[in-house]
Design a protein. Structure first.
Length: 303
């Protein structure tokens, strides 16, 4: 790893640790949103750097859709146990039943939109006033509109016109009763930065990030979606076994794999360096519903 890249990562790490500590100082009941994906895993390592040898001043929270990759859930539970922190899990399935909601229909029907209701209920249940998330500005254009401290109104909604200035790394956490803030400590990081940091810190990851053989459905858009109980398999579908890995870990219903021979973090770093397509642009089916799909979800209270 070259000296410039190391110095740059140290700057990003220092900024993220500072933001974490600002959250602990400014808010009474923060939480860290943890899915078992690479970005939230990076957040946990940064929290260790910020607060060890003490315990985290917030629990880890996972909004579980029930459509996750089993490898991710296994990793989530083992990793949280290994670091000795508190994990709160709330289930979209419970929200669907309690609110008598109708699930989306279709071949690759996703519960991602319903996550919002479970998240907002969880924030209300525990009175969280800040939720730390792993969003990055290079993921999707709606993410780039958001500040590091992103204020949500009493209904959990995001208004891009209410963004606060963040000059000289001064973050304003003042909110009215009922409001909460989403905080993004790695907002200034890129996908390559995250992978290079994971490489530097030697952080363990779920195996699906690395090349493996998997049965997939080939979609009309030539995307590879893992065969699972959560998608509808038709007679006309093309089922193939491919050597793939995942750039992002979402629901099995809406996350496509990419063909890859990258079996180590070094291989992945090399692969990302030559990629010209963002991870969500290449692999997230739910972002392709409309041009403003992510922004619309965020306005409704999404992560």
């Amino acid at each position: 790893m070259d000296k410039y890249r190391l110095d740059y990562l140290e700057q990003l790490e220092s900024e993220a640790i500072y933001i974490m500590r600002e959250v602990a100082a400014q808010f009474e009941k923060p939480a860290l949103l943890f899915s078992g994906g690479k970005d939230s895993i990076t957040l946990v390592r940064l929290a260790e750097k910020a607060f060890r040898p003490g315990k985290f001043p917030f629990p880890l929270v996972h909004i579980d859709t029930g459509h996750n990759f089993p490898e991710t859930i296994k990793y989530r539970d083992n990793y949280v146990k290994s670091i000795g922190e508190t994990l709160i899990v709330r289930y979209v399935e419970d929200t669907i039943k309690s609110k008598k909601m109708t699930e989306p229909k279709g071949k690759f029907a996703s519960r991602n939109g319903l996550q919002t209701y479970t998240l907002l209920d969880t924030i209300e249940e525990f009175k969280f006033d800040a939720c730390i998330g792993g969003a990055r500005r290079d993921e999707e254009k709606a993410r780039a509109k958001e500040r590091i401290f992103s204020v949500r109104d009493e209904f959990g909604q995001w208004d891009p016109k209410r963004q606060r200035p963040e000059l000289w790394n001064i973050y304003n956490g003042k909110i009215h009763k009922g409001e909460n803030v989403r905080v993004f400590p790695i907002s200034n990081w890129t996908e390559l930065d995250v992978w290079t940091y994971i490489q530097k810190e030697n952080i363990p990851l779920p195996g699906i990030y690395f090349s493996h053989d998997r049965k997939c459905v080939l979609t009309k858009e030539n995307q590879l979606v893992a065969v699972s109980d959560f998608i509808q398999i038709d007679e006309s579908d093309t089922i193939i076994t491919k050597r793939v890995r995942y750039r992002t870990v979402g629901d099995m219903t809406c996350t496509a794999a990419v063909e890859s021979e990258a079996s180590t973090i070094d291989d992945i770093v090399k692969e990302i360096k030559i990629s010209r397509i963002s991870e969500r642009g290449e692999t997230r089916i739910d972002d392709k519903v409309s041009e403003a799909a992510m922004e619309d979800r965020k306005k409704g209270g999404y992560f």
